[in-house]
Unconditional design. Structure first.
Length: 450
């Protein structure tokens, strides 16, 4: 098993929380991305906000209770109509109350609003799952790109070693006089070309690793070990039709479930708006009392009792009153606001239906494209295997003839280049096929694994 190791300072390792000895599999990368992705965390906050909204929708069925109290200090002058003069006036008074009200009927607006919030909450959860799917696919593509780059580098190293051996042999043959200088230089140029390709492969590998680490939001200074278990390839998609894959995808993909929930939510919102056209009925209860320093009561024709003999406590008992009331509201004309809102609600419902249709067509397009790419990659893989076998045989025969001086260095270089291209095509077809089949399986609800 090969391992790609990027060295980092120990301090950066410790601060990052990444295990220095850990060998990262694809499942490890996906799990880490799902735990640390900022966009996913923000989406989860939206789910939490939707949960709060839904809870508030349920609470709309409960009574509304308010209470209040007030104490007033009055100081000034007032006109006494009996003495026909202004007199100083000082007084204190206060009151308190408690009120409760409950909606009995509002055209089922509260019920439809609560159901809409429930669907919107489920839609937010489905959006979270859809985002997790997108992250999983992106990480899988990045991971396979690293594995491809690693194998491409190994292949380039092997090709460079073969070219180096041939270059050294050509130099010896030139010294012995069995090879011309032009042929020797041509073979050496082939070796230098292979070295350049090795450098490019090494750079591509480093960039692929960097892209994957950025996707996982791991600092570039942190050590990152990829577990590069050799891929086993077989015709996994054989006999599986596009229609069957699409039907399974429709049943399991959260993006489809989200679109369906959005339609249900929009329908309930429209029903809620219709409910606003109907009369509403509510019941209420209120209890209140008060007190006043100037309040008093007559005990005889010539005797009155005032504060402080008439205490606040006695006044509160005397002035206590309760009432139960019913409130009926009938909307007649409100500047066409509710009709306009209903019209916009219909538009929102129609838009949600179009959005679902668009999502379904987009999913079908992705399935068809992945299926076609998978089949094309498999055919290319089989053809590339045959090409590699054939060009390997041609290269070996050409190498033997070149060493005997029976073919030119140009023919030898061409045979080597054909083999290098065939091996590169085979490697690309292999990883392209694996990626497409894994994506197809993922659309069907099968977790991606290597």
């Amino acid at each position: 098993m090969k391992r790609l190791i990027i060295i980092l300072p120990l301090l950066a390792l410790l601060s990052s929380g990444v295990d220095a000895q850990k060998s990262w599999t694809l499942n490890d990368c996906i799990s880490y991305a799902l735990q640390n992705n900022i966009q996913l965390k923000r989406q989860e906050l939206e789910v939490n906000a939707s949960q709060k909204d839904y809870r508030q929708g349920i609470m709309e069925f409960t009574p509304s209770i308010t209470s209040g109290a007030q104490h007033t200090f009055v100081s000034g002058r007032e006109f006494n109509q009996y003495s026909l003069s202004f007199e100083d006036y000082n007084n204190q008074e206060g009151y308190f109350y408690a009120t409760a009200s409950l909606d009995l009927f509002k055209g089922f607006s509260n019920w439809n609003g609560m159901r809409a919030l429930k669907y919107e909450l489920e839609s937010a959860k489905a959006a979270t799952e859809s985002l997790k799917n997108d992250i999983t696919i992106n990480v899988s593509v990045g991971y396979l790109q690293v594995l491809y780059a690693m194998e491409a580098k190994v292949l380039a190293e092997k090709q460079a070693q073969v070219a180096q051996i041939q270059s050294e042999k050509a130099a010896m043959q030139f010294e012995l006089g069995s090879l011309s200088q032009g042929q020797m230089v041509e073979v050496k140029a082939q070796y230098l070309m292979r070295k350049s390709e090795l450098t490019n492969a090494s750079n591509s590998l480093n960039l692929s690793v960097l892209d994957l680490k950025q996707m996982l939001e791991i600092p570039d200074s942190v050590e990152f070990i990829i577990d590069s278990t050799p891929l086993q390839i077989e015709n996994l998609a054989a006999g599986v039709s596009v229609s069957s894959i699409y039907e399974e995808a429709l049943a399991v993909q959260p993006v489809i479930r989200k679109a369906e929930l959005d339609i249900k939510a929009a329908n309930k919102r429209l029903n809620q708006l219709y409910g606003a056209l109907s009369p509403s009925l509510s019941v209420g209860y209120q209890i209140s009392s008060g007190y006043n320093q100037s309040a008093g009561y007559k005990v005889s024709d010539t005797e009155w009792v005032f504060y402080p003999d008439y205490t606040y406590g006695e006044q509160i008992k005397d002035f206590l009153n309760q009432r139960v009331y019913f409130n009926l509201t009938v909307p007649i004309f409100q500047k066409y606001n509710r009709i306009t809102r209903i019209g916009k609600g219909k538009i929102n419902l129609l838009d949600a239906k179009f959005a679902k249709e668009q999502v379904e067509k987009g999913l079908l397009k992705k399935v068809e494209q992945a299926h076609a790419d998978s089949k094309a990659s498999w055919d290319k893989y089989l053809a590339s295997k045959e090409s590699v076998a054939a060009f390997t045989e041609v290269f070996e025969e050409t190498r033997k003839k070149f060493e005997l001086g029976m073919v030119s260095a140009i023919d030898f270089g061409l045979a080597q280049s054909n083999l290098v291209k065939a091996e590169g095509d085979l490697l690309h077809a292999k990883y392209s096929y694996v990626l497409r089949t894994k994506i197809l399986d993922f659309y069907r609800g099968v977790p991606i694994s290597i």
